[in-house]
Design a protein around this ligand. Structure first.
Ligand code: ADP
Ligand code: ZN
Ligand code: ZN
Length: 731
């Protein structure tokens, strides 16, 4: 036993912002950054060694650890530093940050190494696919056809939408066997760069952007701002090419894998190198393998969503964040990090370039571009053959409406359908109707647990609260006056779909929202048949707005934008402008001219006018100036305390006590307690307190001080509360 490391500090996956001291009793030396198994109360936990210390802790007897699981640190110094920085920046439990960054199997204490994978193979007993035995078993037939081309892993079988029952049946018949195999770690099995298709000849703007990126020596952040279809992906591909040629790896962050399949396909098509895609369909073993492949330089490109930012790399040379404005980069619970912001930090620590791409940059990002902290690269023209889009406002005042559609819009829809074009309609409300109302007295069915109305789902004959998930059958009578004359109020996607089916019986309508894509694979299938023009009218929530390619869509309409114009959330206009611009990019992408129609009661609204006449960037710069004038982020730095309890008085009192700890410092202000945008949800009262500071450093110091003070407030044990640095959401 080495005398110098008698005790260790361990970061445990707990919400507590502290480390725990244990006695180190093993013969081999304690390794900083290695995993240990330690006793904690009645349980054992896996933690990470953050420090060794020679002296015993004061005032208590440190327990001995159970085991040290690794002989080396889990992470290279670079990632270790990034994780420590993240815990500090977000003032979050270090142990929880570490746990977030590990594949589940490692969190559970499994060894760092490849685990066995199950494969399925055909046996010599398998029947020929034309055989009679398979006539009435199309899934069995599909399985055998697939396996004839080679063995498949369990996940590949799942991805082909073949159920385990089908596979088990084939195994029982002796047609198929399962084999377990562990990939072998070969230390020198690295990739070499090869192109599998020629890059496109770039246009002038792309060339300017590329040369700026290629000139970067060391770290720099580039904002690649370009309308949809302007060729950003081509710029990523050619920028990456150079990095791969230099033998370095690349990380690409995307908002949602299911919605970015086309982009991923282009990466795989361009480069003949191993690509790891971290998507939610991976099982724990596959996730661990992807992690290992990246760490040991067996993967050249890693494409993944938010949490992929914590993937270890042997030799990372560039990071790309596609659709950098997307909200999904911000984790909304637990460790509330922003993957884009951590990506920028990571690129700084590694001294490598990072590209943020978007048609609609976040105002935070734009502000850095304006201040020359980022290279601002712009693509203003659509690449390829796509035509520009026309915009049109329909003033709804006084117009007759059917299922949320005005007569002029219906006329346009009809015209496009007659020309065999596709139409895309956005309505951000799923269900049949946002409310059920009594026609006699005006009573509206309201969720008892939330400040919200029930949504009517006609197909299931149910009322559903979209905030707490509570459901009930549609009542027969008004709860207030007993009348049976209950009517739906407002329009949801389900009703819109019903109406369109009735109005255009010759044309197929496809609805894409959370209700119609609940089952795995359903979204992909819907998107595929939509882009293949199997449906003429597409109805959807903003789920449909992200990066799809529907070449036949010539008319896009946003049916109801008024809500966002008068929202209490200061970011609502930015979000509407992003949605509008993104969907504009969905229209007329191929050879057809597209048109985007906005239905509103407020066509004269400044935001609407600015967007239509001057485009997203102009709107965004104006909005930025307004934020500066009103001292909103990014000109002030916010931290948000959310608190909730079934007892309203208690939650307000708790926040008041927290607010009272705020020191009087120049440039620091506390706002609240104020009710959340939805004051009551699932039976709990929700209040907020906002800390506003004039610099990040100041916010860091003040929150650190506050957290130490709040430890003494006993009332905090009686409510739920959390701290959110750079909050994005106030609902
Ligand atoms: P974005 O990523 O900005 O939406 P893409 O890179 O997907 O844009 O480009 C849109 C379309 O234009 C794609 O079909 C792409 O193949 C094509 N394209 C991009 N750059 C060029 C170019 N330089 N010449 C011809 N076609 C291009
Ligand atoms: Zn009534
Ligand atoms: Zn509810």
């Amino acid at each position: 036993m080495t005398q110098s490391s008698h005790y260790i500090e361990v970061a445990l996956p707990l919400p507590l912002r502290r480390v725990f001291t244990y006695q180190y009793t093993l013969a081999k030396p304690a390794v900083l950054g290695a995993r240990v198994r330690v006793p904690f109360g009645q349980r054992q936990l896996i933690g990470i060694i953050t420090e060794t210390r020679a002296t015993a802790p004061q005032g208590f007897e440190a327990k001995p650890i159970v085991a040290q699981l690794d002989d080396d640190a889990v992470w290279q110094p670079e990632l270790w530093q990034l994780l420590s920085w993240s815990a500090d920046y977000y003032q979050h439990s270090q142990g929880d940050v570490f746990a977030n960054a590990l594949p589940v199997l490692l969190r559970q204490g499994k060894p760092i190494g490849y685990a066995p994978i199950t494969y399925f193979e055909l046996t010599s007993n398998a029947p020929d696919v034309d055989e009679h035995a398979l006539k009435r078993a199309p899934k069995q037939k599909q399985l055998i056809e697939l396996l004839q081309q080679g063995r498949l892993s369990a996940t590949q079988v799942k991805q082909a939408q073949i159920s385990t029952t089908v596979v088990t049946a084939a195994c029982d018949k002796g047609w198929v066997v399962s084999v377990e195999e562990t990939p072998i770690l070969d230390a020198q099995q690295h990739w070499t760069m090869a192109l599998s298709e020629d890059p496109l000849a770039v246009n002038q703007e792309q060339a300017v952007a590329l040369s700026a990126i290629k000139q970067i020596d060391g770290h720099a952040c580039c904002l690649l701002e370009g309308v949809t279809g302007s060729g950003k992906t081509e710029v990523y591909l050619q920028a990456i090419e150079e990095v791969l040629t230099a033998g370095r790896q690349v990380l690409v962050l995307v908002p949602e894998i299911g919605l970015t399949m086309q982009t991923i396909k282009r990466f795989k098509q361009r480069f003949d190198v191993p690509v790891e895609v971290l998507h939610s369909n991976l099982n724990d073993t596959e996730r661990l393998h992807a992690w290992l492949n990246s760490r040991s330089n067996r993967a050249a490109i890693v494409i993944g969503t938010r949490s992929a930012i914590f993937t270890p790399f042997a030799n990372l040379g560039m990071i790309v964040v596609d659709e950098e404005h997307d909200l999904s980069y911000k984790q909304q619970d637990g460790f509330r990090y922003h993957a884009r912001d951590i990506a920028i930090k990571r690129a700084q620590l590694l001294d490598i370039p990072i590209i943020l791409g978007s048609a609609t940059p976040a105002l935070e990002t734009l502000s850095n571009a304006v201040n020359h902290r980022y290279h601002w690269l712009q693509l203003t023209q659509r690449a390829g053959v796509a035509e520009q889009v026309e915009h049109e406002l329909i003033d709804l005042k006084g117009l007759p409406m059917q299922a949320g559609l005005s007569e002029p819009l219906l006329t346009q829809i009809e015209a496009e359908l007659n020309k065999h074009n596709q139409v895309l309609l956005f309505l951000n409300r799923r269900g049949f109707a946002p409310a059920l109302m009594c026609h006699e007295c005006g009573w509206i069915a309201q969720c008892k647990r939330c400040d919200a109305y029930y949504t009517l789902h006609q197909a299931q004959r149910r009322l559903h609260c979209h905030h707490c998930d509570s459901q009930r059958p549609v009542p027969k009578q008004c709860e207030q006056c007993g009348s049976t004359h209950l009517i739906s109020h407002g329009v949801g996607t389900e009703q819109l779909e019903d109406f369109l089916n009735e109005r255009f019986p010759e044309h197929s309508v496809l609805r894409i929202d959370r209700d119609s894509t609940r089952r795995k694979g359903e979204l992909d299938a819907h998107l595929k048949s939509a882009s293949e023009h199997k449906h003429h009218i597409l109805v959807g929530t903003q789920m449909l707005a992200k990066g799809h390619h529907f070449p036949n869509v010539t008319l896009v309409a946003l049916l109801d934008v008024d809500g966002a114009l008068y929202s209490a959330d200061f970011r609502a206009p930015e979000r509407l402008a992003q949605l509008f611009t993104q969907v504009s990019g969905r229209a007329g992408r191929a050879h057809k001219r597209g048109r985007v129609v906005l239905q509103t009661h407020h066509p004269e609204h400044d935001l609407v006018q600015d967007l239509l006449n001057n485009g997203y960037q102009h709107f965004a710069l104006t909005a930025l100036a307004e934020r500066q004038a009103t001292s909103l982020p990014p000109f002030k730095h916010w931290a948000l305390v959310r608190a909730e309890s079934t007892d309203k008085a208690q939650v307000v009192e708790a926040l008041e006590q927290m607010a009272a700890c705020l020191p009087q410092v120049d440039g620091v202000m506390g706002v609240g307690p104020i009710p959340a945008l939805m004051e009551k949800r699932a039976g709990r009262y929700r209040y907020q307190w906002i800390l506003q500071t004039s610099s990040r450093k100041q916010r860091y110091q003040v929150t650190k001080y506050l957290l130490s003070q709040w430890e003494n407030l006993s009332i905090l044990n009686r409510i739920r509360w959390s701290l959110d640095i750079d909050p994005q959401d106030f609902t």
